[in-house]
Write a protein that binds this ligand. Structure first.
Ligand code: NAP
Length: 417
């Protein structure tokens, strides 16, 4: 059912597939990259993002490099085309082609099917959700000094309360858990209680924190903060903190230093080349990133905390329309905006496509096409500086000209040159 677009390059399919193993990546010059359009505002922002990505690749590499897009189905379009919300063929294709990009997918609240977005992350083991939050010059912000915000959130993507182990109040399963807790564990819960389980494991925590520390070292960033609620949930959130410090010692002993060591051994002066590993309780970190954002560089955290903090941080740099993201595992990667389907704007050609455009730039970085990703970021800044923006930024910027989603993308393409 997947549909290959732009089949104008006469090369065998096998020579156009990205390959990745043991951290080594091979990217052909004419790769096939799958995309999922998404629900709600998905088609609008995907159309805009695709136009910008293609234009940047063309400008950067002329005809020496080009992406052919392979459409995969999921969500509402998936259901209409195949009768399934998340066809197995879609997951198999992402595994086969290694790198993909997607629009947002709808999930009903409090009823109906479980999140397709979460299912994609879990089934493909895309364990690190990476969300950079950096203020772009000229973008309106509620902060006094938005230029101080430059962080990357590493959110664990496969477990926590997102694991989907939960039972409705009054169900047989909820009743049996309630009696088990009473009879075997001595906890008494009211019979009308809904139950959810919060699994957090050592293996999944350590691989996520390893990715976060490796990123900080790679980019020469000063710190990694373990964000948790371990004072209350000791054996899940508290364990996340403990395992985070452990993996820093086990795998990066000579390259990291804890806050305790910093003051006990180094008189508070951070040794050059070492990453400071610190931890903060989640609620407190929310106020710190507002008051002292310059003290935070990489935040490694569990699934729910990561979801909350990345949306809050997005607000500090212009809102959800400006927030890109990536879901990365050892075998494949799926790039997607932080926000959802914003259903009230579906089909209006209105919303800000920057989130997906910047996710596309992250995807180009990931495959090593940095000349194209740089062009995208530069052209986006110029477009916003010119004061031509979508409604979300226009309502925060005096004298700005509001343009439609597609028009905004066209201006970026013009600025790419
Ligand atoms: P949402 O879709 O993220 O939208 C909430 C609000 O954020 C919008 O009404 C709009 O604010 C602003 N916004 C979002 N995207 C924007 C953009 N590109 N440009 C400008 N403003 C933007 O959140 P939601 O309404 O809570 O969720 C809707 C659906 O999306 C749900 O089914 C949810 O499960 C799903 N969802 C999917 C994903 C995903 O696919 N990864 C992620 C989150 C949510 P204003 O109203 O102020 O203009």
């Amino acid at each position: 059912m997947a549909q290959l677009l732009q089949i104008d390059i006469t090369m065998e399919k096998k020579d156009r597939i990205i390959k990745q193993s043991d951290g080594i990546q091979y990217v052909p010059d004419f790769p096939i990259l799958p995309f999922i359009e998404g629900d709600g505002i998905g088609p609008d922002i995907w159309c805009a993002a695709r136009m910008v990505i293609e234009s940047a690749v063309h400008r950067a590499y002329n005809n020496q490099r080009k992406i052919s897009w392979l459409e995969l189905y999921a969500g509402e379009k998936g259901y209409h085309k195949t009768g399934e919300w998340l066809p197995k063929e879609t997951l198999d294709a992402v595994k086969e082609y290694v790198v993909a990009i997607k629009g947002p997918l709808t999930t009903p609240v409090g009823k109906g099917m479980r999140s397709i977005n979460v299912a994609i992350r879990q089934k493909l083991d895309l364990y690190a959700c990476i969300r950079p939050v950096k203020h772009i010059d000229a973008v309106p912000s509620p902060m006094k000094n938005p230029e101080k915000i430059d962080m990357v959130v590493f959110r664990e993507n496969t477990e926590d309360v997102y694991a989907g182990i939960e039972w409705q109040s009054g169900s047989d399963e909820a009743e049996s858990i309630i009696s088990f807790l009473k009879e075997e564990m001595g906890f008494s819960l009211s019979g009308d209680t809904g139950i959810g389980i919060k699994p957090i494991s050592e293996k999944n925590t350590k691989r996520l924190v390893t990715k976060a520390i490796s990123y900080a070292l790679d980019k020469s960033l000063p710190s990694v903060t373990l964000m948790h609620k371990g004072n209350i949930m000791k054996f899940t959130e508290g364990a996340f903190r403990k395992w985070g410090y452990e993996v820093a010692k086990e795998r990066f002993k000579d390259k990291t230093i804890t806050e305790e060591e910093l003051f006990d051994i180094c008189n508070g002066k951070q040794p050059e080349g070492k990453v400071l590993i610190k931890d903060r309780i989640a609620d407190m970190l929310f106020q710190q990133v507002l008051l002292r954002p310059e003290e935070y560089h990489v935040i490694a955290t569990s699934n729910l905390n990561g979801d909350y903090i990345s949306d809050a941080l997005a607000a500090q740099v212009g809102g959800l329309g400006m927030a890109p993201g990536a879901n990365i595992g050892d075998m494949c990667a799926v790039f997607e905006a932080t926000h959802g389907t914003a259903p009230k704007y579906a089909g209006l050609d209105k919303v800000n496509p920057s989130s997906l455009i910047l996710s596309g730039a992250m995807m180009l970085d990931y495959i090593g096409w940095k000349k194209a990703s740089t062009l995208i970021r530069q052209a986006l800044v110029s477009t916003i500086k010119n004061g031509t923006v979508t409604y979300d930024l226009a309502r925060q910027m005096e004298g700005a000209k509001e343009v439609k989603c597609s028009e905004f993308a066209k201006r970026i393409v013009e600025n790419i040159g």
